[in-house]
Write a protein that binds this ligand. Structure first.
Ligand code: PLP
Length: 487
C-alpha cells in the first residue's frame, strides 16, 4: 500500500506546478490579457463568426495535458473572439457589464489564498471584509443599522433571495398562498418572475399594475388594486418596484410605493440591480428617492460598479428576516458556532462554500476610491441625454426622456405604398439592428414595446465615452441610408 501511495503521490504532485512553471504560464497569461487590454479600443464589440466557438469541442478533456500556448489559442479563437465583447466600450446593448481590472486581481488573490469566506470561524477577516462591504452598500442606499445582506453571484440570485425572504416574513404557505397577492409591473425584470416561480409562489395572484407613459408604476392604480383586494378579503403581501428597468431604464415612484407598502403592510422589494449605483451621483440621489424604504433591495456591482461578472447584492432592511429564511445548522459544523463576531454569509444565503467575492469589490474601491466610479456614472447619465438628443436630430423617433442610462429609439422608414405599416417598420428596425451588430464596432440590442420593435441604447460600460456614442450615431446614420436605398 505504501508503495502505491508513493507512486500516486508522484503523479498527484503534478497538480502543484513549480515556481518556474508558474512563472512561465503566468507570463503567457499576462501577455495574452495585456494584449487584449492594450488593444481594447480597436477590438470589436461584437464578432459574428460561422463556427460560434465550435472548435472548442474538438479538443476534449483527456488524460494528456496540453501546453499553455495551445490552451490560450483555443480560448482566444473559440471563447474570447465570437459573440459579444462585454469589456468593450462599444457595448451599448442589454445592461452592459465591464471588467474593472483590479477586480480581476482581487479574484486572483481570492483564488490563490482560497479563504473560506462562508463562515466566520474559518475566515474571520474575509467575512468581516464582506460584511463591511454590505454595510457600506446599506449605508449608501440609506438603510438603518439593522440591515444586512449577502454578496451573490448576480442579480437573479439576489432577487430570488429577496423574494424568498418576503415569502417567509409574511408567512405565505399552502394555507394562504391562493389568496396572497403580489403587485408589480410588466417592466419588472424577468428574473423577478423566475424568482416568484422558484420560490413556490406561482399560485399567488400576480397583479400587473398599469404604468404611466414613461413605463413607471401608476401608484393610483396600485392603491385602487390594494383597496379592492383588501375589501375582497385577499392577502396583499408583496409589492415589487424597479429602480431602473432593463427595457427602458424607468424608475418607479419609489417613495409613493413605499408609503403604500407601509399603509397596507406589504413587503417592499426593489430591484435596483441596474439602477441602484446611480445613488452615488447627485442626480441619482434625487431620482432614487424612496429607495431607503425597501424591505429588500437588489443592487449589482457587476452592473453599476463595472465589476467583472459574478457579483450581485441583496440587502435586507432587517437582517433577521434574511437569516430566518437561509439559516441552517449541521452537526459537523458545531465548532464553527463559537465566538462569531459577525454573521456568516452561510447563514444568510443558500450557499455554504462560496467564492470569496468580497475581495473583487473591496480591492478596486480601496485602490481607486469612490470618486472615479461616481464620475463614470455621472458621465453615463450625461452621455445618455446626449444620445437621446442627437438621435432625435438624426430623424429617429425617440422614446421618453431617459431617466437613467437607457434610451429607446427607432427609425420610421419612408413607406410609399404602405405608410405606417407596423410590420414593415419593425422589419426595417430589425434589419438596422442586424446591420449594426454585423459591423461589430458597436453592439446594440432591441426590445418590443407595445408591439413595436424598438432599439435600445444602454450605457453602463465604464469604457464607453463620447467617442463610442458618436461612432454609434455615425454608424446608425450610415446604415439607415443604405437600408432606405435597398427598400
Ligand atoms: C433590472 C435587472 N434586474 C435583475 C437582473 C438580473 O441580474 P443578473 O443578470 O446579474 O442575474 C438584471 C440583468 O440585466 C436587470 O437588469
Amino acid at each position: 500500500m505504501v508503495k502505491r501511495i508513493k507512486e500516486l503521490e508522484k503523479t498527484s504532485r503534478l497538480l502543484e506546478p513549480s515556481a518556474h512553471e508558474r512563472k512561465e504560464v503566468r507570463k503567457k497569461v499576462i501577455t495574452y490579457s495585456e494584449t487584449f487590454l492594450n488593444d481594447i479600443e480597436k477590438i470589436k464589440a461584437y464578432n459574428v463568426t460561422i463556427g460560434k466557438g465550435i472548435d472548442i469541442l474538438e479538443s476534449p478533456i483527456g488524460e494528456k495535458p496540453i501546453d499553455i500556448d495551445k490552451a490560450i489559442k483555443l480560448i482566444e479563437k473559440n471563447v474570447d473572439f465570437p459573440g459579444l465583447n462585454p469589456a468593450s466600450g462599444g457595448h451599448l446593448g442589454y445592461i452592459p457589464g465591464g471588467g474593472i481590472y483590479y477586480s480581476a486581481l482581487g479574484d486572483y488573490l481570492a483564488d490563490i489564498f482560497n479563504r473560506y469566506a462562508g463562515v466566520f470561524y474559518a475566515s474571520p477577516g474575509a467575512v468581516r471584509m464582506e460584511n463591511m462591504m454590505i454595510r457600506w452598500l446599506a449605508g449608501i442606499v440609506g438603510f438603518p443599522k439593522t440591515a444586512g445582506g449577502n454578496l451573490t453571484s448576480g442579480g437573479s440570485l439576489a432577487n430570488l433571495m429577496g423574494i424568498v425572504t418576503a415569502r417567509d416574513a409574511k408567512t405565505i404557505s399552502s394555507k394562504n398562498i391562493c389568496q396572497s397577492v403580489i403587485y408589480l409591473t410588466k417592466q419588472v425584470h424577468h428574473s423577478v418572475s423566475k424568482a416568484i416561480r422558484i420560490a413556490g409562489l406561482n399560485e399567488c395572484i400576480v397583479r400587473f399594475v398599469p404604468m404611466d407613459e414613461r413605463f413607471r408604476m401608476n401608484t393610483k392604480e396600485l392603491e385602487k388594486m390594494l383597496s379592492l383586494d383588501k375589501q375582497s378579503k385577499l392577502n396583499p403581501f408583496l409589492v415589487i418596484a424597479s429602480a431602473g428597468t432593463t427595457d427602458t431604464g424607468a424608475v418607479d415612484p419609489l417613495e409613493e410605493i413605499g408609503t403604500l407598502a407601509k399603509n397596507y403592510n406589504l413587503w417592499y422589494h426593489i430591484d435596483a440591480a441596474y439602477g441602484g449605483f446611480f445613488i452615488l451621483t447627485d442626480e441619482g440621489k434625487i431620482k432614487l428617492k424612496g429607495i431607503e424604504l425597501a424591505d429588500s433591495l437588489v443592487i449589482d456591482p457587476h452592473k453599476g460598479l463595472f465589476l467583472p461578472y459574478g457579483l450581485g447584492v441583496v440587502l435586507v432592511r432587517d437582517v433577521k428576516h434574511l437569516q430566518k429564511s437561509h439559516y441552517y445548522q449541521a452537526q459537523y459544523l458545531q465548532d464553527a458556532l463559537a465566538g462569531a463576531d459577525e454573521l456568516s454569509p452561510a447563514d444568510l444565503s443558500p450557499e455554504l462554500t462560496k467564492h470569496f467575492r468580497g475581495l473583487r469589490l473591496w480591492l478596486p474601491l480601496k485602490l481607486m476610491g469612490v470618486k472615479p466610479f461616481r464620475a463614470c456614472l455621472e458621465e453615463k447619465l450625461l452621455l445618455t441625454k446626449y444620445f437621446h438628443s442627437e438621435i432625435g436630430k438624426l430623424g429617429f423617433e425617440v422614446g421618453p426622456e431617459p431617466e437613467l442610462t437607457v434610451s429607446t429609439y427607432r427609425w420610421i422608414p419612408t413607406l410609399r405604398q404602405t405608410p405606417g405599416d407596423i410590420n414593415k417598420i419593425n422589419e426595417f428596425n430589425k434589419k438596422l439592428l442586424e446591420a449594426v451588430v454585423a459591423d461589430g464596432r458597436i453592439f446594440i440590442s432591441s426590445t418590443m414595446i407595445d408591439g413595436k420593435f424598438t432599439l435600445r441604447f444602454a450605457c453602463l460600460a465604464f469604457r464607453t465615452h463620447l467617442k463610442q456614442v458618436d461612432l454609434l450615431l455615425k454608424i446608425l446614420k450610415e446604415k439607415v441610408a443604405v437600408l432606405e436605398k435597398m427598400k
